[in-house]
Design a protein around this ligand. Structure first.
Ligand code: HEC
Length: 121
């Protein structure tokens, strides 16, 4: 999918109709927040470094809340929800100005830990 200003709108539409486009929500969130264009830091890295804007943190939080409602393409739904909730909790801490939030976010958003259980081959 091409990146365009419409992309965010599309993500919102997808979130609203999430039961129809189940894994697209997860896929889009991954592409948008975990993978950055060349030469740029992905949003998740900026958040982990404590350099994210209020909007970036809120966007990432919304994305994880949407992912949390999805069924993972692979693995246990209960475990998936737990992993997403951990990220959500850490983001809320960051929003609340809790210094422990960034460290917790780094742990909770561990790419490999989640991919090894929930990302299809
Ligand atoms: C809470 C679980 C979770 C975490 C944490 C996570 N991912 Fe993912 N990721 C997934 C799942 C599930 C998929 C498969 C989505 C699908 O294909 O339906 C995925 C897919 C992807 C994809 C492929 C998207 C595509 O093009 O289809 C990329 C790239 C990616 N993740 C990057 C990352 C990076 C980088 C990190 C760490 C900063 C990360 N992810 C952390 C669950 C996670």
């Amino acid at each position: 999918m091409k990146k365009s200003p419409l992309h965010l709108l599309l993500v919102l539409v997808v979130i609203c109709t999430s039961s129809v486009f189940a894994s697209e929500v997860i896929e889009d969130a991954m592409k948008k927040y975990h993978k950055a264009p060349k030469g740029q830091d992905p949003v998740c890295k900026i958040v982990a470094n404590g350099k994210a804007s209020t909007e970036q943190i809120a966007e990432l939080l919304t994305a994880y809340q949407a992912m949390c409602k999805e069924a993972p393409p692979r693995g246990e739904k209960a475990d998936w929800v737990k992993k997403c909730q951990a990220v959500i909790a850490s983001l809320k801490k960051i929003q609340g100005g809790d210094a422990a939030g960034a460290e917790e976010f780094k742990k909770a958003s561990n790419c490999k830990a989640c991919h090894s259980e929930h990302k299809p081959e």
